[in-house]
Design a protein around this ligand. Structure first.
Ligand SMILES: Nc1ncnc2c1ncn2[C@@H]1O[C@H](COP(=O)(O)OP(=O)(O)OP(=O)(O)O)[C@@H](O)[C@H]1O
Length: 451
């Protein structure tokens, strides 16, 4: 919040001037107003200061202002000033929730003491709100990144640990695995949660505009730059900037970006003036940046600078055991989105979902959940009547494969409970697994894998 933290309202000019001057001697900067109305526009839920107002004024009086401010935020301290010893008024002001009540004449020191106390109280209230918001978002992480596999437990643990620091972070994972979801979660658990989160897709920026988009420019920096403009980096001040697909950043720009990371300043195009930049950078990549470095497409120095705090988002193939529960959650979300209340998922669908491979990861699973809720064939490509297993034998085989796959996933790699549950011999199970290309480690091999 910019501007002074003390708003002083009095219809008498002399009173405004002398109070402001006196408070300045106590190092308290004041914004003065001759009427109450504009103050209502000035204060909001996040206003971090206090209001000092005369009671009797033409137009909106102090009591009415107090009531309106309490509607905006009942915890903004309002100090009312009166010229008359009016007990009745003081009582109703107390009832209406005034912070303090001051009778004229008063000394500047007395006013300063009350204001300081009110400001401390306001800071405390806002800090508590911030902490509560952060705590709420922390609890939320499990709902936003669900999964019981060890890889997901580890991911959430690391996310909270890195979120507690201000380190620039690299997020690696396959397409659709949830890198952007993880980036937002990281922002939300960090101390920057209440500041902007700006996502920039490096692969989608036109190469000739990319620099001015990121760094901004001064008027006349290039033909067509009529007015100065903030770049996306500056829009993210105080907050987090996500650079999606960092591997697509043009090679020349990588050097400039590295300088931003190291020096925390940017220089707008057409200017020589470096501007300090307080942001946290998060970069994502679905390609192996180490290989890009080896191929000469990515700068090694930038890679080493980014590869310090790293989060790996597992693909669904690496956490198969999570697929059924994740699917159920995505169905619930889709049902809410489409206003459907009857989204019961039959076991055969779960079996089918558990047995499939999901190369498009959560994005693909989410599409399947949407299609299920809408009553469409879940696999988009088999929507046409020619596609997909139509013959009874093929459909039975697909069903059987799904049942075996989900049983394998559920029993974490040991075969005995699987053939017992399915009521077949070990040999039969083995043959069917071979026939359907299933592995006994299905859904489990990843559990011991370190991320
Ligand atoms: N854990 C999750 N719970 C619910 N939805 C999720 C989860 N993870 C990802 N999604 C959804 O899956 C889709 C893909 O997620 P996201 O954009 O974060 O993936 P990505 O890894 O950044 O993909 P890409 O590399 O293709 O940009 C989004 O619609 C997102 O809402």
């Amino acid at each position: 919040m910019t501007g002074a933290r003390i708003l002083l309202i009095d219809d008498e000019e002399e009173m405004r001037r002398s109070s402001a001057q006196a408070l300045e001697l106590f190092d308290l900067a004041v914004e003065t107003y001759s009427s109450a109305e504009p103050v209502l526009e000035r204060v909001g839920y996040a206003f971090d200061g206090v209001v000092v107002s005369d009671i009797r004024m033409p137009g909106m009086d102090g009591m009415t202002l107090l009531q309106h401010i309490r509607e905006v935020d009942p915890e903004i301290p309002v100090i009312l000033v009166t010229g008359h010893a009016d007990v009745q008024l003081a009582v109703s002001a107390m009832r209406a929730g005034v912070y303090d009540f001051l009778e004229k004449p008063f000394t500047a020191q007395h006013l300063a003491v009350i204001i300081r106390r009110a400001m401390d109280r306001r800071s405390l209230v806002l800090e508590n709100r911030r902490l509560r918001a952060v705590a709420g978002k922390r609890d939320d992480i499990e709902a936003r990144l669900p999964g019981r596999t060890q890889v997901m437990v580890d991911l959430r643990y690391r996310l909270r640990a890195i979120g507690a620091t201000d380190a620039d972070t690299l997020i690696i994972g396959d397409t659709g695995a949830g890198k952007e979801v993880v980036a937002r979660a990281l922002h939300d658990v960090s101390a920057r949660a209440n500041k902007p989160f700006i996502a920039i897709n490096c692969a989608a920026l036109p190469e000739n505009l990319i620099e001015s988009e990121l760094f901004g420019h001064e008027a006349g920096a290039f033909p067509g730059a009529l007015r100065p403009r903030y770049g996306k980096f500056e829009h993210g001040r105080g907050g987090t900037i996500l650079l999606d697909e960092i591997g697509s950043m043009p090679f020349d720009l990588q050097a400039k970006f590295l300088r931003v990371l190291q020096e925390r300043v940017i220089t707008r195009l057409g200017s020589n003036e470096p501007v300090p930049l307080d942001v946290r950078f998060i970069a994502t990549s679905k390609v192996d940046l180490g290989a890009e470095v080896a191929a000469g497409r990515f700068r090694p120095d930038l890679f080493y600078r980014l590869n310090v705090a790293t989060l790996h988002v597992p693909s669904l193939a690496q956490r198969r055991a999570d697929v059924p529960l994740l699917f159920l959650q995505l169905v619930r979300e889709a049902a809410a989105r489409y206003g459907r209340s009857d989204a019961d998922v039959p076991p055969s669908v779960i079996t089918d979902v558990a047995g499939r491979s999901w190369p498009g990861n959560v994005r693909e699973l989410r599409n399947a959940a949407d299609r299920f809720v809408l009553g469409l064939d879940m696999a988009a490509e088999s929507a046409s009547p020619e596609a997909g297993p139509q013959r009874l034998a093929d459909r039975v085989a697909a069903y059987e494969r799904g049942l075996i796959a989900s049983a394998l996933a559920a029993h974490g790699g040991s075969l005995k409970p699987v053939y017992e549950q399915l009521g077949v011999s070990r040999k039969t199970l083995y043959e069917k697994m071979q026939k359907y290309g299933l592995d006994k480690s299905l859904g489990y091999s990843v559990l011991s894998e370190d991320i």
